[in-house]
Design a protein around this ligand. Structure first.
Ligand SMILES: [Zn+2]
Length: 282
């Protein structure tokens, strides 16, 4: 604990979180940051906690430091549980994706609003024992948070596709041309490998959660002009800069009061085993 403006600040507390996907590994502008390991019933998770304009933010690279964990091996439950333990209420996530439709060209940012789940092997719930919970997925990506992101994008002149469905494939391989044709025929916008179960667990943990996808390439067979590796890397670097601006601008505009229903998504049952109202956070 240290003192700040007359108040004691818990070094291991954060109100907001950024989950960085492929290409987003650096907490960059966070001040007074420290790396913490949070023990959870699902194993340890790591986050960098720091401040931006007086707001406490936890940054978590989804694939681990150095991009060492493939999508199907990420410990999504530990990550989300850890954010809950830190006191986080609102989560902004990034994900690198392939495009399923020509208008979503490489370099586009897509504020997704729904998903299709084609994963196969991942633990995707906190509620495996003792209680049966069917969490509502009408608005998987918090509508209130999405509107703040939209406004922030307008304010700083960042183009953003508003809405779109994310197909979550199991990976780690890329999709076949037949799979891309199938996903395309479903009307989905982008394909990636990480939003499920992350978005589901965030809802079960009663967090507000939204994802801005970065399109890095067209899905197999969609464009006859494959990008060069250099173009993909350059595209990613530009996106990382834009998405970082977008997220910090969004957090500037956010308060800790949440008027949406995400904080009651589980309907009065204990959101996570081991955490109860008023319990001491680590
Ligand atoms: Zn919400």
């Amino acid at each position: 604990m240290r003192k700040k403006d007359g108040d004691f600040v818990n070094e291991n507390h954060a109100d907001y979180a950024i989950i960085g996907g492929t290409g987003v590994y650096d907490p960059a502008v966070l001040e007074s940051s420290s790396v913490v390991t949070i023990e959870t019933p699902y194993g340890p998770a790591k986050a960098t906690i720091g401040e931006y304009k007086g707001k406490r933010i936890a940054f978590m690279p989804r694939h681990g430091a150095g991009h060492s964990i493939p999508p199907h091996r990420i410990n999504y439950r530990a990550n989300i549980y850890a954010l809950k333990e830190l006191g986080v209420g609102q989560v902004l996530a990034t994900a690198a994706v392939g495009s399923l439709q020509l208008p979503y060209s490489p370099g586009s940012l897509v504020l997704i609003d729904s998903f299709l789940d084609f994963t196969k092997t991942r633990p995707s719930t906190f509620f495996e024992e003792s209680q049966v919970v069917h969490v509502d997925m009408t608005d998987p990506y918090c509508g209130r948070l999405r509107s703040v992101i939209r406004q922030a994008a307008d304010d700083i002149n960042i183009d953003l596709f508003d809405g779109g469905t994310y197909v979550c494939a199991e990976g780690p391989r890329f999709e076949s041309t037949a799979e891309i044709r199938f996903y395309q025929s479903l009307g989905a916008a982008v394909v990636g490998m990480t939003t499920v179960p992350e978005v589901v667990l965030a809802k079960e943990a009663e967090l507000c959660y939204a994802t801005v996808c970065m399109v890095t390439n067209y899905g197999a067979g969609i464009s006859s002009e494959p990008l060069t590796h250099e173009e993909v890397v350059e595209c990613m670097q530009q996106n990382v800069h834009r998405i970082r601006n977008l997220f910090f601008h969004t957090i500037e505009a956010l308060g800790t009061d949440r008027s949406c229903r995400c904080g009651h998504a589980v309907g009065g049952q204990k959101p996570l085993v081991g955490i109860s109202e008023g319990s001491e956070r680590i």
